[in-house]
Design a protein around this ligand. Structure first.
Ligand SMILES: [Zn+2]
Length: 128
């Protein structure tokens, strides 16, 4: 990968990191919101659960983005962590924080090898 490409992905990842960090900060108050109404309480509990799930997903994504930035610093960015082949530019353009080439990602999605749970965030993003 050229320095220009690396700079491009770094810029994308840094923007994403800033966006996610800001989003996570703004949402902290949802979890402690209170209401005197019992019905609202139920609805709020649902919203809270959803917010917490989103928060989970976004903090996982943030972790993946940070890890990708770390790999840029290390010089290992763009290489699949499983088979050590280069990840295709098209895939990096779509999912710049990915750790796996498309083949290994599909294998991971089928649980053919051990990954940590943060991969779920990528699957959810694809589904969106
Ligand atoms: Zn691979």
């Amino acid at each position: 990968m050229t320095q220009t490409e690396l700079n491009k992905y770094r810029a994308v990842l840094e923007a994403r990191m800033a966006e996610l960090s800001a989003g996570l900060r703004n949402r902290e108050d949802i979890a402690i919101e209170k209401t005197p109404d019992a019905l609202d309480e139920v609805q709020l509990a649902g919203e809270r659960e959803l917010a917490i799930r989103n928060l989970d997903r976004e903090s996982n994504l943030l972790r993946n983005v940070r890890a990708a930035l770390h790999r840029i610093e290390e010089g290992s960015y763009g290489v699949c962590l499983h088979c050590e082949e280069d990840i295709k530019a098209k895939r990096l353009d779509a999912v710049p924080w990915t750790r796996y080439c498309i083949r290994c990602q599909e294998a991971a999605d089928r649980h053919e090898f051990e990954t940590d749970t943060s991969d779920a965030s990528e699957i959810l993003l694809h589904a969106a």
